[in-house]
Design a protein around this ligand. Structure first.
Ligand code: SPV
Ligand code: MG
Length: 454
Protein backbone atom coordinates (compact mmCIF):
# COMPACT_ATOMS: atom_id res chain seq x y z
CA UNK A 1 0.00 0.00 0.00
CA UNK A 2 2.79 2.41 0.90
CA UNK A 3 5.51 1.25 -1.50
CA UNK A 4 5.67 -1.57 -4.05
CA UNK A 5 8.49 -3.48 -2.36
CA UNK A 6 10.68 -3.07 0.71
CA UNK A 7 14.13 -4.18 -0.34
CA UNK A 8 16.41 -1.44 0.95
CA UNK A 9 16.86 0.34 4.28
CA UNK A 10 15.60 3.55 2.62
CA UNK A 11 12.40 1.81 1.52
CA UNK A 12 11.86 0.63 5.08
CA UNK A 13 12.37 4.12 6.44
CA UNK A 14 9.98 5.61 3.86
CA UNK A 15 7.35 3.07 4.86
CA UNK A 16 7.86 3.65 8.58
CA UNK A 17 7.58 7.41 8.18
CA UNK A 18 4.46 7.06 6.06
CA UNK A 19 2.97 4.65 8.61
CA UNK A 20 3.61 7.14 11.41
CA UNK A 21 1.93 9.79 9.35
CA UNK A 22 -1.14 7.61 8.75
CA UNK A 23 -1.31 6.57 12.40
CA UNK A 24 -1.33 10.20 13.46
CA UNK A 25 -4.18 11.11 11.13
CA UNK A 26 -7.81 10.71 12.00
CA UNK A 27 -10.70 10.03 9.64
CA UNK A 28 -14.41 10.50 10.28
CA UNK A 29 -17.38 8.80 8.66
CA UNK A 30 -21.04 8.83 9.60
CA UNK A 31 -23.47 5.97 9.04
CA UNK A 32 -27.23 5.83 9.38
CA UNK A 33 -27.57 2.27 8.10
CA UNK A 34 -28.73 -0.65 10.22
CA UNK A 35 -27.79 -3.27 7.62
CA UNK A 36 -24.15 -3.66 6.70
CA UNK A 37 -23.30 -4.89 3.22
CA UNK A 38 -20.15 -5.20 1.10
CA UNK A 39 -20.45 -1.59 -0.10
CA UNK A 40 -20.15 -0.28 3.46
CA UNK A 41 -17.22 -2.56 4.29
CA UNK A 42 -15.39 -1.51 1.15
CA UNK A 43 -15.63 2.24 1.91
CA UNK A 44 -14.67 1.61 5.56
CA UNK A 45 -11.51 -0.20 4.36
CA UNK A 46 -10.63 2.71 2.07
CA UNK A 47 -11.21 5.24 4.85
CA UNK A 48 -9.09 3.27 7.34
CA UNK A 49 -6.13 3.56 4.98
CA UNK A 50 -6.11 7.31 5.51
CA UNK A 51 -5.77 7.16 9.29
CA UNK A 52 -7.48 6.12 12.50
CA UNK A 53 -11.15 5.80 11.66
CA UNK A 54 -13.83 7.26 13.91
CA UNK A 55 -17.34 6.14 12.93
CA UNK A 56 -20.25 8.37 13.87
CA UNK A 57 -23.49 6.43 14.25
CA UNK A 58 -26.48 8.62 13.46
CA UNK A 59 -28.87 8.72 16.41
CA UNK A 60 -32.28 7.03 16.16
CA UNK A 61 -33.94 10.45 16.44
CA UNK A 62 -32.03 11.78 13.43
CA UNK A 63 -32.51 8.60 11.37
CA UNK A 64 -36.28 8.70 11.91
CA UNK A 65 -36.51 12.24 10.54
CA UNK A 66 -34.34 11.51 7.54
CA UNK A 67 -35.16 8.10 6.13
CA UNK A 68 -37.07 5.31 7.81
CA UNK A 69 -37.40 3.96 11.29
CA UNK A 70 -34.19 2.06 12.17
CA UNK A 71 -34.67 -1.71 12.44
CA UNK A 72 -31.71 -1.83 14.83
CA UNK A 73 -31.51 0.76 17.65
CA UNK A 74 -28.52 3.11 17.91
CA UNK A 75 -26.89 1.24 20.81
CA UNK A 76 -26.83 -1.97 18.74
CA UNK A 77 -25.73 -0.16 15.60
CA UNK A 78 -22.77 1.19 17.57
CA UNK A 79 -21.79 -2.36 18.58
CA UNK A 80 -22.03 -3.44 14.94
CA UNK A 81 -19.44 -0.87 13.86
CA UNK A 82 -17.20 -1.49 16.90
CA UNK A 83 -16.72 -5.04 15.69
CA UNK A 84 -15.42 -4.07 12.23
CA UNK A 85 -11.67 -4.21 11.74
CA UNK A 86 -10.25 -0.84 10.75
CA UNK A 87 -12.72 1.07 12.93
CA UNK A 88 -10.85 2.48 15.91
CA UNK A 89 -13.67 4.30 17.66
CA UNK A 90 -17.45 4.59 17.44
CA UNK A 91 -19.33 7.69 18.61
CA UNK A 92 -22.90 8.91 18.34
CA UNK A 93 -23.81 11.68 15.88
CA UNK A 94 -26.91 13.35 17.26
CA UNK A 95 -27.95 15.30 14.15
CA UNK A 96 -27.75 15.07 10.38
CA UNK A 97 -25.30 17.96 10.62
CA UNK A 98 -21.69 16.85 11.17
CA UNK A 99 -20.67 20.19 12.72
CA UNK A 100 -20.75 19.18 16.39
CA UNK A 101 -18.68 16.01 15.92
CA UNK A 102 -16.22 17.61 13.49
CA UNK A 103 -15.49 20.39 15.96
CA UNK A 104 -15.20 17.88 18.79
CA UNK A 105 -12.91 15.32 17.08
CA UNK A 106 -11.24 17.57 14.47
CA UNK A 107 -10.60 14.70 12.02
CA UNK A 108 -8.03 15.28 9.26
CA UNK A 109 -10.39 13.68 6.76
CA UNK A 110 -14.10 13.14 6.34
CA UNK A 111 -14.91 10.24 4.03
CA UNK A 112 -18.25 9.92 2.21
CA UNK A 113 -19.71 8.46 -0.98
CA UNK A 114 -20.11 10.98 -3.80
CA UNK A 115 -23.91 10.62 -3.72
CA UNK A 116 -24.26 13.78 -1.60
CA UNK A 117 -22.67 16.14 -4.14
CA UNK A 118 -26.19 17.01 -5.27
CA UNK A 119 -29.65 16.34 -3.88
CA UNK A 120 -31.04 16.81 -0.40
CA UNK A 121 -27.77 16.01 1.37
CA UNK A 122 -25.92 18.82 -0.42
CA UNK A 123 -26.43 21.40 2.40
CA UNK A 124 -25.00 18.83 4.87
CA UNK A 125 -21.99 18.35 2.58
CA UNK A 126 -21.52 22.13 2.13
CA UNK A 127 -21.42 22.53 5.89
CA UNK A 128 -18.87 19.70 6.21
CA UNK A 129 -16.63 21.44 3.63
CA UNK A 130 -16.97 24.74 5.52
CA UNK A 131 -16.20 23.26 8.94
CA UNK A 132 -13.24 21.21 7.61
CA UNK A 133 -11.84 24.36 5.96
CA UNK A 134 -12.00 26.21 9.30
CA UNK A 135 -9.26 23.97 10.73
CA UNK A 136 -7.53 22.56 7.64
CA UNK A 137 -9.33 19.20 7.29
CA UNK A 138 -10.14 17.59 3.95
CA UNK A 139 -13.15 15.87 2.40
CA UNK A 140 -12.45 12.61 0.56
CA UNK A 141 -15.23 11.21 -1.62
CA UNK A 142 -15.41 7.77 -3.18
CA UNK A 143 -17.83 6.71 -5.94
CA UNK A 144 -21.16 5.63 -4.44
CA UNK A 145 -21.98 1.97 -5.08
CA UNK A 146 -25.23 1.49 -7.00
CA UNK A 147 -25.03 -2.32 -6.90
CA UNK A 148 -28.59 -3.62 -7.38
CA UNK A 149 -28.00 -6.28 -4.73
CA UNK A 150 -27.42 -3.54 -2.12
CA UNK A 151 -30.59 -1.75 -3.20
CA UNK A 152 -32.47 -5.05 -2.82
CA UNK A 153 -31.12 -5.51 0.70
CA UNK A 154 -32.35 -2.02 1.62
CA UNK A 155 -35.77 -2.75 0.11
CA UNK A 156 -36.07 -6.02 2.05
CA UNK A 157 -35.41 -4.22 5.32
CA UNK A 158 -38.12 -1.70 4.42
CA UNK A 159 -40.57 -4.55 3.89
CA UNK A 160 -39.72 -5.98 7.31
CA UNK A 161 -40.84 -2.69 8.83
CA UNK A 162 -44.32 -3.21 7.41
CA UNK A 163 -44.84 -6.58 9.13
CA UNK A 164 -47.44 -6.45 11.95
CA UNK A 165 -45.08 -7.18 14.86
CA UNK A 166 -42.56 -4.61 13.67
CA UNK A 167 -45.10 -1.93 12.84
CA UNK A 168 -47.33 -2.22 15.91
CA UNK A 169 -44.68 -1.41 18.51
CA UNK A 170 -43.24 1.52 16.62
CA UNK A 171 -45.61 4.19 17.87
CA UNK A 172 -44.57 3.52 21.48
CA UNK A 173 -40.93 3.48 20.45
CA UNK A 174 -41.31 6.76 18.55
CA UNK A 175 -42.84 8.33 21.64
CA UNK A 176 -39.68 7.37 23.53
CA UNK A 177 -37.33 8.72 20.82
CA UNK A 178 -39.10 11.91 19.77
CA UNK A 179 -40.44 14.75 21.89
CA UNK A 180 -43.36 15.10 19.47
CA UNK A 181 -44.78 12.53 17.07
CA UNK A 182 -46.71 13.82 14.05
CA UNK A 183 -49.39 11.93 12.14
CA UNK A 184 -51.31 12.79 8.97
CA UNK A 185 -54.58 11.31 7.80
CA UNK A 186 -54.61 8.54 5.25
CA UNK A 187 -57.78 6.97 3.86
CA UNK A 188 -56.48 4.93 0.90
CA UNK A 189 -53.35 3.38 -0.53
CA UNK A 190 -52.49 6.57 -2.40
CA UNK A 191 -52.89 8.90 0.61
CA UNK A 192 -50.92 6.30 2.60
CA UNK A 193 -48.10 6.68 0.07
CA UNK A 194 -48.18 10.45 0.53
CA UNK A 195 -47.98 10.04 4.31
CA UNK A 196 -45.21 7.49 3.92
CA UNK A 197 -43.01 9.24 1.38
CA UNK A 198 -43.46 12.99 1.67
CA UNK A 199 -40.24 14.54 2.93
CA UNK A 200 -39.21 18.16 3.07
CA UNK A 201 -35.53 19.07 3.19
CA UNK A 202 -34.63 22.43 4.64
CA UNK A 203 -31.16 23.68 5.52
CA UNK A 204 -29.73 20.21 5.77
CA UNK A 205 -32.63 18.97 7.90
CA UNK A 206 -35.31 16.53 6.83
CA UNK A 207 -38.94 16.46 7.92
CA UNK A 208 -41.43 13.60 7.55
CA UNK A 209 -44.64 12.51 9.20
CA UNK A 210 -44.05 9.80 11.77
CA UNK A 211 -47.39 8.03 11.63
CA UNK A 212 -50.78 7.84 9.90
CA UNK A 213 -54.26 8.62 11.22
CA UNK A 214 -57.10 6.64 9.72
CA UNK A 215 -59.80 9.21 10.33
CA UNK A 216 -63.48 8.24 10.53
CA UNK A 217 -64.36 11.55 8.86
CA UNK A 218 -62.04 11.05 5.89
CA UNK A 219 -62.67 7.32 5.53
CA UNK A 220 -66.44 8.04 5.46
CA UNK A 221 -66.04 11.07 3.15
CA UNK A 222 -63.97 9.02 0.68
CA UNK A 223 -66.98 6.70 0.46
CA UNK A 224 -69.39 9.63 0.14
CA UNK A 225 -70.96 8.78 3.52
CA UNK A 226 -71.57 10.84 6.69
CA UNK A 227 -69.26 10.47 9.68
CA UNK A 228 -71.81 8.75 11.96
CA UNK A 229 -70.28 5.29 12.46
CA UNK A 230 -72.18 4.22 9.34
CA UNK A 231 -69.00 2.94 7.71
CA UNK A 232 -68.62 -0.18 9.80
CA UNK A 233 -65.48 -1.81 11.20
CA UNK A 234 -65.26 -4.37 8.39
CA UNK A 235 -65.04 -1.54 5.87
CA UNK A 236 -62.65 0.49 8.07
CA UNK A 237 -60.36 -2.54 8.31
CA UNK A 238 -60.38 -2.82 4.52
CA UNK A 239 -59.06 0.77 4.38
CA UNK A 240 -56.42 -0.05 7.01
CA UNK A 241 -55.32 -3.05 4.99
CA UNK A 242 -55.09 -1.00 1.74
CA UNK A 243 -52.84 1.48 3.55
CA UNK A 244 -50.77 -1.23 5.21
CA UNK A 245 -50.06 -2.95 1.92
CA UNK A 246 -48.04 0.00 0.61
CA UNK A 247 -46.62 1.65 3.75
CA UNK A 248 -44.48 0.92 6.82
CA UNK A 249 -45.34 3.78 9.20
CA UNK A 250 -47.40 3.15 12.34
CA UNK A 251 -51.17 3.54 12.16
CA UNK A 252 -53.44 5.22 14.67
CA UNK A 253 -57.05 4.26 14.03
CA UNK A 254 -59.91 6.60 14.79
CA UNK A 255 -62.14 4.06 16.55
CA UNK A 256 -65.14 6.44 16.91
CA UNK A 257 -66.94 5.53 20.16
CA UNK A 258 -65.48 2.01 20.17
CA UNK A 259 -69.07 0.73 19.97
CA UNK A 260 -70.36 -1.63 22.62
CA UNK A 261 -67.69 -2.80 25.07
CA UNK A 262 -68.63 -6.35 24.09
CA UNK A 263 -67.72 -5.56 20.46
CA UNK A 264 -64.74 -3.34 21.27
CA UNK A 265 -62.79 -6.24 22.80
CA UNK A 266 -62.96 -8.17 19.53
CA UNK A 267 -61.87 -5.15 17.55
CA UNK A 268 -58.90 -4.56 19.86
CA UNK A 269 -57.61 -8.05 19.12
CA UNK A 270 -58.19 -7.69 15.39
CA UNK A 271 -56.39 -4.35 15.21
CA UNK A 272 -53.53 -5.66 17.29
CA UNK A 273 -53.17 -8.72 15.08
CA UNK A 274 -53.11 -6.55 11.94
CA UNK A 275 -50.29 -4.42 13.33
CA UNK A 276 -52.23 -1.22 14.09
CA UNK A 277 -50.39 0.69 16.83
CA UNK A 278 -53.21 2.52 18.57
CA UNK A 279 -56.95 2.99 18.61
CA UNK A 280 -58.48 6.23 19.86
CA UNK A 281 -62.02 5.95 21.19
CA UNK A 282 -64.15 8.94 22.11
CA UNK A 283 -66.37 9.24 25.15
CA UNK A 284 -69.63 9.64 23.25
CA UNK A 285 -72.61 7.36 23.09
CA UNK A 286 -75.66 6.93 20.88
CA UNK A 287 -75.58 8.35 17.35
CA UNK A 288 -72.11 9.80 17.02
CA UNK A 289 -71.69 12.96 14.95
CA UNK A 290 -68.43 14.58 13.96
CA UNK A 291 -66.91 16.63 16.81
CA UNK A 292 -66.38 19.66 14.61
CA UNK A 293 -70.18 20.18 14.69
CA UNK A 294 -69.79 20.78 18.44
CA UNK A 295 -73.10 21.69 20.07
CA UNK A 296 -74.75 22.54 16.73
CA UNK A 297 -76.06 18.96 16.64
CA UNK A 298 -77.29 16.74 19.42
CA UNK A 299 -74.45 14.61 20.81
CA UNK A 300 -74.38 12.63 23.99
CA UNK A 301 -71.30 12.15 26.16
CA UNK A 302 -70.84 8.77 27.80
CA UNK A 303 -70.75 8.70 31.59
CA UNK A 304 -67.35 8.28 33.20
CA UNK A 305 -67.94 4.84 34.71
CA UNK A 306 -69.28 3.30 31.55
CA UNK A 307 -66.44 4.68 29.42
CA UNK A 308 -63.87 3.52 32.00
CA UNK A 309 -65.40 0.04 31.81
CA UNK A 310 -64.91 0.07 28.02
CA UNK A 311 -61.25 1.10 28.44
CA UNK A 312 -60.72 -1.65 31.05
CA UNK A 313 -62.32 -4.27 28.81
CA UNK A 314 -60.09 -3.21 25.89
CA UNK A 315 -56.99 -3.34 28.08
CA UNK A 316 -57.87 -6.80 29.32
CA UNK A 317 -58.43 -8.03 25.76
CA UNK A 318 -55.18 -6.92 24.23
CA UNK A 319 -52.34 -9.39 23.96
CA UNK A 320 -49.33 -7.08 23.85
CA UNK A 321 -48.43 -3.92 25.72
CA UNK A 322 -47.29 -2.44 22.37
CA UNK A 323 -50.86 -1.73 21.31
CA UNK A 324 -52.20 1.52 22.73
CA UNK A 325 -55.77 2.30 23.73
CA UNK A 326 -56.15 6.07 23.80
CA UNK A 327 -59.15 7.75 25.39
CA UNK A 328 -60.58 10.83 23.70
CA UNK A 329 -62.31 13.45 25.80
CA UNK A 330 -65.16 15.41 24.23
CA UNK A 331 -65.92 17.72 27.20
CA UNK A 332 -64.51 20.86 25.57
CA UNK A 333 -66.28 20.11 22.27
CA UNK A 334 -69.57 19.65 24.13
CA UNK A 335 -68.90 22.72 26.35
CA UNK A 336 -68.97 20.74 29.59
CA UNK A 337 -66.04 22.72 31.01
CA UNK A 338 -62.40 22.28 31.94
CA UNK A 339 -63.05 20.54 35.27
CA UNK A 340 -65.10 17.87 33.55
CA UNK A 341 -62.37 17.39 30.93
CA UNK A 342 -59.68 17.04 33.60
CA UNK A 343 -61.60 14.70 35.87
CA UNK A 344 -62.35 12.46 32.89
CA UNK A 345 -58.68 12.52 31.85
CA UNK A 346 -57.54 11.32 35.28
CA UNK A 347 -60.32 8.72 35.47
CA UNK A 348 -59.51 7.32 32.02
CA UNK A 349 -55.79 7.09 32.84
CA UNK A 350 -56.65 5.26 36.07
CA UNK A 351 -58.83 2.86 34.08
CA UNK A 352 -55.76 1.98 32.00
CA UNK A 353 -55.83 4.34 28.99
CA UNK A 354 -52.37 4.45 27.39
CA UNK A 355 -52.92 8.03 26.30
CA UNK A 356 -55.40 10.88 26.31
CA UNK A 357 -56.72 12.84 23.37
CA UNK A 358 -58.22 16.21 24.21
CA UNK A 359 -60.21 17.84 21.43
CA UNK A 360 -61.29 21.43 20.89
CA UNK A 361 -62.97 23.22 18.01
CA UNK A 362 -62.03 26.72 19.12
CA UNK A 363 -59.83 28.84 16.86
CA UNK A 364 -57.97 30.03 19.92
CA UNK A 365 -55.78 27.33 21.50
CA UNK A 366 -56.02 28.76 25.03
CA UNK A 367 -58.36 26.02 26.37
CA UNK A 368 -55.95 23.39 25.05
CA UNK A 369 -53.01 25.11 26.74
CA UNK A 370 -55.00 25.37 29.98
CA UNK A 371 -55.86 21.67 29.84
CA UNK A 372 -52.24 20.70 29.18
CA UNK A 373 -50.94 22.86 32.02
CA UNK A 374 -53.41 21.47 34.54
CA UNK A 375 -53.10 17.87 33.36
CA UNK A 376 -49.31 17.98 33.40
CA UNK A 377 -49.28 19.39 36.98
CA UNK A 378 -50.50 15.96 38.06
CA UNK A 379 -49.55 13.61 35.23
CA UNK A 380 -46.15 14.13 33.65
CA UNK A 381 -45.97 10.99 31.54
CA UNK A 382 -49.21 9.85 29.92
CA UNK A 383 -49.02 10.73 26.23
CA UNK A 384 -51.41 13.50 25.17
CA UNK A 385 -52.76 13.60 21.62
CA UNK A 386 -54.00 16.80 19.96
CA UNK A 387 -55.86 17.47 16.71
CA UNK A 388 -55.20 21.14 15.89
CA UNK A 389 -57.69 21.48 13.02
CA UNK A 390 -59.45 24.60 14.32
CA UNK A 391 -56.62 26.12 16.35
CA UNK A 392 -54.24 25.72 13.44
CA UNK A 393 -52.06 28.80 13.90
CA UNK A 394 -50.27 27.21 16.83
CA UNK A 395 -46.98 25.48 15.96
CA UNK A 396 -45.84 21.95 16.76
CA UNK A 397 -43.04 23.42 18.83
CA UNK A 398 -45.48 25.39 21.01
CA UNK A 399 -47.71 22.35 21.51
CA UNK A 400 -44.77 20.14 22.42
CA UNK A 401 -43.45 22.67 24.94
CA UNK A 402 -46.92 22.82 26.49
CA UNK A 403 -46.84 19.05 27.07
CA UNK A 404 -48.32 17.42 23.94
CA UNK A 405 -46.82 14.17 22.58
CA UNK A 406 -48.75 13.46 19.38
CA UNK A 407 -50.14 15.96 16.89
CA UNK A 408 -52.58 14.67 14.27
CA UNK A 409 -53.32 16.48 11.01
CA UNK A 410 -56.69 14.80 10.79
CA UNK A 411 -58.29 15.78 7.47
CA UNK A 412 -56.05 18.07 5.42
CA UNK A 413 -55.35 15.62 2.57
CA UNK A 414 -59.07 15.06 2.01
CA UNK A 415 -59.86 18.77 2.28
CA UNK A 416 -57.14 19.74 -0.19
CA UNK A 417 -57.76 16.87 -2.61
CA UNK A 418 -61.50 17.56 -2.93
CA UNK A 419 -61.30 21.18 -4.26
CA UNK A 420 -58.44 20.20 -6.57
CA UNK A 421 -60.56 17.44 -8.13
CA UNK A 422 -63.66 19.65 -8.30
CA UNK A 423 -61.75 22.47 -10.07
CA UNK A 424 -60.41 20.01 -12.62
CA UNK A 425 -63.87 18.54 -13.28
CA UNK A 426 -65.31 22.05 -13.72
CA UNK A 427 -62.48 23.07 -16.05
CA UNK A 428 -63.15 20.08 -18.33
CA UNK A 429 -66.90 20.85 -18.38
CA UNK A 430 -66.26 24.51 -19.13
CA UNK A 431 -63.76 23.95 -21.93
CA UNK A 432 -65.13 20.71 -23.37
CA UNK A 433 -61.60 19.35 -23.34
CA UNK A 434 -58.89 18.63 -20.77
CA UNK A 435 -56.06 20.84 -22.10
CA UNK A 436 -56.81 23.72 -19.68
CA UNK A 437 -56.91 21.31 -16.73
CA UNK A 438 -53.57 19.77 -17.59
CA UNK A 439 -51.51 22.31 -15.65
CA UNK A 440 -53.49 21.35 -12.52
CA UNK A 441 -52.66 17.67 -13.01
CA UNK A 442 -49.70 15.62 -11.97
CA UNK A 443 -47.75 14.36 -15.01
CA UNK A 444 -48.65 10.75 -15.89
CA UNK A 445 -44.98 9.78 -15.53
CA UNK A 446 -44.90 11.07 -11.93
CA UNK A 447 -48.05 9.25 -10.91
CA UNK A 448 -46.76 6.00 -12.40
CA UNK A 449 -43.46 6.29 -10.56
CA UNK A 450 -45.26 7.13 -7.31
CA UNK A 451 -46.58 3.59 -7.16
CA UNK A 452 -43.80 1.10 -6.62
CA UNK A 453 -43.81 -2.09 -8.70
CA UNK A 454 -42.47 -5.39 -7.48
C1 SPV B 1 -61.71 12.40 12.48
O1 SPV B 1 -60.74 12.77 11.80
O2 SPV B 1 -62.56 11.63 12.09
C2 SPV B 1 -61.81 12.86 13.88
C3 SPV B 1 -61.19 14.12 14.24
O3 SPV B 1 -62.47 12.21 14.66
S1 SPV B 1 -62.41 15.35 14.12
O4 SPV B 1 -62.95 15.29 12.77
O5 SPV B 1 -61.78 16.63 14.39
O6 SPV B 1 -63.43 15.06 15.09
MG1 MG C 1 -63.61 10.68 13.79
Amino acid sequence: MLCSEIDTAEDLETVLNRLKEVLNKTVYMCFSTDILHGGHISIIKKAARLGKLIVGVLSDKAVVSYRRYPLVPESERMKLFESISGVSRVVIQENLSYRENLLRYKPDFVVHGDDWVSGFQKPVRDEVVEVLASYGGKLVEFPYSKDSMYLKIQEQSRETLGMPDMRRKRLKRLLEIKPLVTAIEAHSGITGLIAENTTVYENGKAYQFDAMWVSSLCDSTAKGKPDIELVDMTSRLRTVDDIMEVTTKPIILDGDTGGLAEHFVYNVRTLERLGVSAVIIEDKTGLKKNSLFGTEVEQCQDDIDSFCAKIRAGRAARKTSDFMIIARIESLILEKGMDDALSRAFAYVSAGADGIMIHSRKKDPSEIFEFLKKFRETDKTTPVVLVPTSYNSVTEDELQKAGANIVIYANQLTRSGFPAMKNTAESILRNHRSLEADSMCMPIKDIISLIPEE
